[in-house]
Design a protein around this ligand. Structure first.
Ligand code: DP6
Length: 345
């Protein structure tokens, strides 16, 4: 017989960035991070898994194409899941011996892969969740997040909806490096995200090698993880608890800038943001200055695309600007005249 399970996992976008590992094999980070999980309908990975005694090898199809499962990180996740399953099997002889069987996995993203849109996060989260479901493992999101973390660090945060923290932990074996919920989506449901796709190409420097390079070569990075992020982590959690958008937005923008500054301070430097990205940064500051109120925050991952966070009530105010700028066929022109700005007030 064949056993199957399916699940979707959403994309999460960090507002306090994970950048740097203290252990590469276990994906243990040099700092704690915070993210907001996007709504499932928008960006997500759908993964279905099947297992049967008759399957002869582990197989994966990603967006319709066969892909290797031999990567070290994927193997690490599969091994952890099989170990947990075999422990359950050892306690109950009536259970099918799935831990011994091969897996067939089908996974689909509804967005461009590896364009700095956090596809690895949703991908590994969905893979691990689907197999955990198939194996009927105990339903602890934080426990499963530790397995997803070994696939891709940011994946551990996609186990929860809403506002999520990845606590870096201090144990060498990673047993306390896991995702926890800061607040459910319902705590602050007015929060919206918009993605400005500057480029859907695959990114130049993959995050894994990029962060290794930053850890090895940037002095500014040391300052960031020692003196900046620990305090910001507490402040951002508090801003979320308080639903303080002004505070949340400033911390988010500062952290994106700090992360990209450490990329620039790497040697040779890494460039993820491009001219268009920088124009978006400038535009957001202009919009906030124009309304004399913080209505938008930007953040950029390991690529040029922007994610904007804003509250539902300000959507029209924000999009008026964004559409105006997009429509100028000469590309991005953020040198608004006072006249231009007044059209949107
Ligand atoms: C800039 O989770 O993709 O998006 O653990 O090596 O797979 P690996 O890295 P990954 O890095 C994400 C980096 C980031 C910031 C973040 O999501 O926190």
């Amino acid at each position: 017989s064949i056993y199957t399970a399916s699940t979707t996992a959403p994309v999460n976008i960090a507002t306090l960035k994970y950048w740097g590992k203290r252990d590469k094999t276990l994906n243990l980070p040099t700092n704690s991070s915070i993210s907001v999980t996007l709504a499932q309908e928008d960006l997500r990975t759908l993964t279905s898994v099947a297992t049967s005694e008759s399957f002869t090898e582990d197989q994966l199809w990603l967006n319709g194409q066969p892909e290797s499962l031999q990567g070290e990180r994927t193997q690490h996740c599969l091994q952890d899941l099989r170990n947990l399953r075999s422990r359950i099997e050892a306690q109950d002889s009536s259970l099918p011996r799935m831990s011994q069987w091969k897996l067939h996995i089908v996974s689909e993203n509804n967005f461009p892969t590896a364009a700095g849109l956090a596809s690895s996060a949703a991908g590994f989260a969905a893979l691990v969740m689907a197999i955990a479901k198939l194996y009927q493992l105990p339903d602890s999101h934080s426990e499963i997040s530790k397995i997803a973390r070994k696939g891709s660090g940011s994946a551990c945060r996609s186990l929860f909806g809403g506002y999520v923290a990845w606590e870096m932990g201090s144990e060498p074996d990673g047993s306390d490096s896991k995702a926890v919920e800061v607040a459910p989506q319902s705590h602050w449901p007015e929060m919206k995200a918009a993605i400005l796709v500057v480029s859907a190409d695959r990114k130049d420097t993959p995050s894994t090698s990029g962060m290794q390079h930053t850890v090895a070569t940037s002095d500014l990075f040391q300052e960031r993880i020692r003196n900046v992020v620990p305090k910001r982590f507490e402040e951002m959690k508090q801003a979320i608890q308080d639903r303080d958008f002004t505070r949340f937005a400033e911390l988010t923008m500062r952290d994106s800038n700090s992360f990209h500054a450490t990329c620039l301070d790497s040697f040779p430097p890494i460039f993820y943001m491009n001219d268009t990205s920088r124009k978006i940064v400038k535009l957001c500051h202009q919009i906030n200055a124009f309304y004399d109120e913080t209505i938008v925050a930007y953040t950029f991952d390991a690529g040029p695309n922007a994610v904007l966070y804003y509250l539902q009530e300000n959507e029209a105010k924000l999009m008026a600007f964004v559409h105006h700028v997009f429509q100028k066929n000469s590309g991005w022109d953020t040198k608004f005249s006072q006249n231009d700005l007044e059209k949107f007030s």
